[in-house]
Design a protein around this ligand. Structure first.
Ligand code: ZN
Length: 304
């Protein structure tokens, strides 16, 4: 019998919970709105207690909106920390699940977990160092480095790095409430919409908005390629559903790097280097299942 895991994709507006052993064996799935922590976590727990068909869940993985504490050595591991989201600041999310279900719990950022899912079953299978970017209402990035999720001080905040901004070519000041024209402030969905005064999906493919967008995305990706040396870059999120962006971003990354990184991945193989996610909108919840699998394996290794 395949071991079963629970996964929670905890978003700011909705939760997706699933019980599965993998993408081809999802036993149950439920989604519901994110309200208070008490009510929402209780609903997730009730779901897990009812599912599995009598087979026990081995572990639970949580992909959480942030900011969070993903460091297992920290006293506030598993907490949603200083989020502006009402009621959720300083919530012991992973602890509540662990105490109620009595199983190991993995806890990480939504983008780190999506990266893990793509590594386990999606577009980064077989690789040990890669990044997953989501370009949507914000820009977030998760990283697997030498097989481990990137944490460190807190967790990476790739969307708030800086990229060149030519104020004459693009007088839009940026939409990030903290930095103005950081990468997210210039290139996330809300920036695209505010700059051109229409929704991104209504802009035709030959609109100049897309060349500028590809330029900004390529600057951010090039920085990450230089800093982390990923073996692949996965780009998802609502903005990247405009599939015509991919060839534009790939070409601009090549131009910006100018042949400096001498790997075939960035030269003739770039089409398989900068790619969309293979798990699509399931990356979050399947990543949470992969995180649970990891948490169960670690617990077993610790007992041994
Ligand atoms: Zn910012």
């Amino acid at each position: 019998m395949k071991p079963l895991y629970g996964g929670i994709e905890a978003g700011g507006t909705k939760f997706v919970c699933a019980v599965a052993s993998g993408p081809d064996d999802i036993r149950a799935e439920e989604r519901f709105p994110t309200t208070t922590p008490e009510e929402t976590i209780a609903r997730a727990l009730a779901f897990f207690e009812q599912q599995g068909g009598g087979q026990a869940i081995q572990a639970v993985g949580i992909a959480s909106f942030g900011p969070i504490d993903p460091d297992p050595r920290s006293p506030t591991f598993g907490y949603v920390t200083n989020t502006p989201k009402p009621h959720w600041a300083h919530t012991d999310f992973a602890g509540a699940v662990r105490r109620a279900l009595g199983v190991p719990v993995g806890f990480d950022t939504d983008v780190n977990v999506a990266a893990l899912g793509e590594g386990r079953w999606g577009a980064a299978q077989g690789l040990d160092t890669f990044i997953y970017l989501t370009i949507g209402t914000g820009i977030g990035g998760g990283a697997v480095i030498n097989g481990e999720l990137a944490h460190g001080l807190m967790h990476p905040e790739m969307g708030h790095t800086r990229i060149p901004h030519d104020w004459q070519a693009d007088p839009f000041p940026g939409s990030c409430s903290v930095h103005g024209d950081c990468w997210e402030g210039l290139a996330a969905g809300p920036a695209l919409e505010a700059r051109w005064k229409q929704r991104g999906e209504t802009l035709p493919p030959d609109h100049p908005a897309w060349a500028l967008e590809a330029d900004y995305l390529a600057y951010g990706v090039s920085n990450l390629v230089l800093v982390l040396s990923p073996q692949r870059v996965i780009m998802g999120g609502g903005v990247m559903e405009q599939a015509h962006l991919f060839p534009m971003v790939r070409r601009r990354v090549q131009e910006i790097l100018n042949g400096y990184v001498k790997s075939p991945a960035l030269l003739e193989e770039i089409d398989s280097y900068i790619v969309p996610p293979l798990l699509g909108n399931r990356a979050g919840v399947l990543g949470a299942i992969a995180l649970a699998e990891r948490a169960a394996q670690r617990a077993t290794a610790q007992r041994a």
